[in-house]
Design a protein around this ligand. Sequence first.
Ligand code: COA
Length: 328
Amino acid sequence: MTTAVVEGLGTALPARRVTNDDLARVLDTSDEWIRTRTGIVARRMVDEGTVTGDLAVEAGERALKSAGGGGADAVVIATTTPDQLLPNTAAGVADRLGLGHVAALDLNTACAGFPYGLATGAGLLAIGAASRVLVIGAETLTRFLDPADRSTAVLFGDGAGAFVLGRGEADAPGALGPFELGSDGSASEILTLTAGGSRRPPHSTDLTDDEKYLKMDGREVYRHAVRRMAESLTPLAERAGMTVGDFDAVYAHQANSRIIEAVADRLELPRERCPVTIGEHANTSTASIPLALASAPPNPGDRVALVAFGGGLAWGSALVRWPDLEPG
Ligand code: COA
């Protein structure tokens, strides 16, 4: 039986590094507050003129190189911050990567995008619509933050990360799956970015700051994030015929070091099995899991659970038998 297999990993970060102290010069905050509440030390930020697609192209190129070269016949981009509403980001990225007229789609499940993107990529492979898929998580969230709102401005960073998925045997290095995905639209108001959609079209002249910028009820998001990520991993393990304790590592969405520690504690997993790499990247939404995997790679052969939570609400997890690869 064949399955989706991870063949390559690539990442991209903007050059500009902004520290907590840099932010504390313009906002009523401090390095100490940000570090102790979130684990964040610094973040990378795009300059004006750099778009999500630019980071996606760089991460995609590196992932293909990490996979030993060659192309892909489908591109899935998980992003909350597309280059624009129309056209999608993925078609332009596929074109710039020289992949030809391949399947190309964006998907938005906010910070849960990477597991959803992997499931979509695996689905394209399973139905024979593609033979090699580039799954990219890419974001420029700092372009959508209210610079005067200290409750969000300190939390996010920009970046991208990508997997190349091919087909292989179910027990091959890199074998991907099972998956667990979920949503709860009844609590959607705790994390929003309203302007620009059909509810509040871009030409609206009376947009409020609450609509123009990312808005978040931090405490509620924290609570749901811990619960949903922890709860996603139990059915994931069951679908794999394992228990959560059998996971060699859990790479969780890097939103807050305390959230990751709370997930580990709730599952009674040793904290060292749940790497925290948020320090230098902050929350990069859909890019955070591949960035974490590249920053602190698992051991080849490890059974690695990937789990994420985001606005929507949306959450998801995926299991991967970590392959012996060099991240690009
Ligand atoms: N600097 C200094 N003080 C700040 C601050 C900042 N950047 N942001 C908030 N504060 C203040 C608050 O105003 C509040 O002050 P008050 O007690 O006088 O009202 C105090 O710090 C505590 O705020 P609180 O919201 O209770 O802090 P917290 O410990 O819950 O941490 C978050 C806040 C945002 C770090 C935390 O709730 C969180 O990480 N939530 C999830 C965010 C997230 O991951 N979002 C994306 C998910 S995909």
